[in-house]
Design a protein around this ligand. Structure first.
Ligand code: ATP
Length: 513
């Protein structure tokens, strides 16, 4: 646990030190759960967004993009259910005055039991050695079965209580389990209350005719209200999708995990419109496709898992999360939801406008069903960044910090380094920069010894360092150093573009999906 916390602290301080993420309004001591992306962060974030956009829109003939406004007509949020139901159960500790999400306290309690199961399995695996059959052990070991039953009991009771809005029972469950304030150990809790997460604001200048509007809490609704506009103008045939990236805002109750849970964040969502009755097939399709997208980045298969929802949102008939192993454990990274025809039907009802699709093959009108994929761009950033940050022990007993970002996402693709600041080497290096900068973000550095410059580029995540030395003058070759292997090769300047492109270009990565 302490090790995990240390790693997380390292991630946060590295993100600041190397110009990835700053706290918002830092000179005023920051604004809670709001962050700014710095010179390298903005590039990494843009590259993740592009990687998603290309995979979803550019690679699919039947998926198109959209950029809807953050502000929408307020009735949108009545129809979507957000005004009435976008709540989180909140609980305060009377002694520490700290505020928590009641469901998260209970989930964390379950995660602790799960950790016990993992420990039992590890112990048994050691004891039995090669003959160990994990599945059989989990199915038959009384202690593990007991733990699992306890988790199941807690999860289903919480789901039922939340479904029935029985907040007294949520509190009772917290008390019965003896859950204490994680910071102080106090068990002196208030009642559980519902808290709406939407930010409201006023549209219009005068008090008389101003209108209360909301900052959108998700990008999806901008897609639903434009469904027919896009379908008609794009002559889209079902099944088809509309993709969108953009800011969303939630007044989160607890926001203590860096960019994992922010009050202003960015989503990348795709709503896929399908024929009623086929939603299950498409739901499975997109679950699989989205996992492949993640795996294509090479962050390690073992760091992902699916989590099927026990408590379905008011609009869904099936839902799963893709969870990622963050420095603080497995947590939701992306949601795949089968949203039925809930949203389109609700907007029809509230707007009085028909949102039907005429299916020429079937010769009939219907309201399409929707399968949604929804991922937080900032959470994806955290997944990539935290997974890439490693400390390596080298043969000469020194250490290096290296940010092994997937090359396709790295903010800078190559650093051009003249070995010394004289003898015409900077001029040649500058020429290389001038040539490559049309195709890739390039960095030029001539300060300090070259070894130190390599370390700086390792820590910032640049996949290639290209060094110009005295031989370059003679034979037009340079040394290209690979960040991860630290291998160095001698190559012709004229070959650089192709070598870099092969590793950082979208094609070789997206082809894995
Ligand atoms: P959580 O249970 O973690 O609050 P959620 O289930 O409410 O998330 P969705 O409404 O399904 O999340 O949103 C889709 C995606 O948007 C999430 O998978 C997550 O990646 C991202 N997301 C949601 N809330 C936040 C937030 N406050 N900060 C950053 N990303 C977020």
């Amino acid at each position: 646990m302490a090790q995990q916390e240390d790693q997380f602290k390292r991630v946060i301080s590295h993100a600041k030190e190397y110009g990835y993420i700053f706290q918002s309004s830092e000179i005023y001591d920051g604004l809670s759960a709001v962050y700014d992306y710095a010179q390298n962060g903005v590039e990494l974030k843009k590259n993740i967004r592009d990687y998603w956009w290309k995979a979803m829109v550019q690679m699919h003939e039947n998926i198109v993009g959209l950029d809807a406004s953050i502000l929408m007509h307020p009735t949108t949020w009545k129809a979507s259910g957000h005004v009435d139901a976008f709540n989180d159960p909140l609980i305060d500790n009377k002694d520490s005055k700290k505020r928590y999400r009641a469901d998260v306290l209970i989930e964390d309690y379950c995660a602790k039991i799960e950790a016990k199961i993992t420990k039992e399995i590890a112990k048994a695996s050691k004891r039995f050695g090669e003959t160990f059959d994990k599945e059989q052990y989990v199915a038959t070991n009384p202690r593990v079965i007991g733990y699992q039953e306890k988790i199941n009991m807690i999860v289903s009771r919480m789901a039922r209580a939340l479904e029935l809005e029985d907040l007294a029972d949520v509190k009772l469950l917290i008390e019965e389990l003896g859950i204490a304030d994680p910071l102080t150990g106090s068990k002196n809790w208030t009642d559980v209350k519902q808290f709406n997460l939407m930010f409201g604001t006023q549209l219009g200048a005068s008090a008389d005719n101003s209108m209360e509007v909301y900052l959108r809490p998700e990008t999806a609704q901008g897609i639903f209200v434009n469904f027919l506009n896009v379908q008609k103008t794009g002559r889209m045939k079902i099944p088809f999708g509309i993709a969108q990236t953009g800011k969303a805002f939630r007044n989160e109750i607890v926001a203590r995990q860096f960019i994992f849970r922010m009050r202003e964040f960015e989503q990348m969502e795709m709503q896929f419109f399908v024929k009623p009755g086929t939603q299950k097939k498409w739901y499975e399709h997109w679950k699989e496709k989205r996992l492949q997208w993640h795996l294509s980045l090479g962050l390690g298969k073992e760091n992902y898992r699916f989590h099927d929802h026990d408590k379905l949102a008011h609009y869904a008939d099936a839902a799963a999360d893709i969870e990622f192993r963050f420095p603080f454990g497995f947590k939701e990274l992306e949601g795949i939801h089968s949203r039925t025809d809930f949203d389109l039907k609700a907007h029809e009802e509230y707007s009085g406008k028909k949102l039907h699709y005429f299916d020429h093959e079937e010769n009939k009108n219907y309201t399409p069903y929707v399968v949604e994929t929804s991922i937080g761009l900032d959470r994806m950033f955290l997944a990539v960044f935290s997974n890439s940050l490693v400390e390596e022990s080298l043969e000469n007993n020194t250490k290096r910090t290296v940010l092994k970002l997937p090359a396709v996402l790295a903010p800078t693709k190559a650093a051009i380094l003249p070995l010394v600041k004289k003898d015409g080497l900077p001029e040649i290096a500058r020429e290389i920069v001038e040539d490559l900068k049309w195709d890739f973000p390039i960095f030029y550095d001539e300060k300090d010894a070259v070894g130190k410059r390599y370390r700086r580029q390792d820590a910032v995540g640049t996949p290639f360092c290209i060094t110009v030395d005295h031989d370059t003058i003679e034979d037009q070759t340079v040394t290209i150093r690979h960040r991860d292997s630290m291998k160095q090769e001698r190559v012709l300047i004229s070959d650089l573009k192709e070598i870099i492109k092969k590793e950082v270009g979208f094609k070789s990565w997206l082809m894995k999906i």
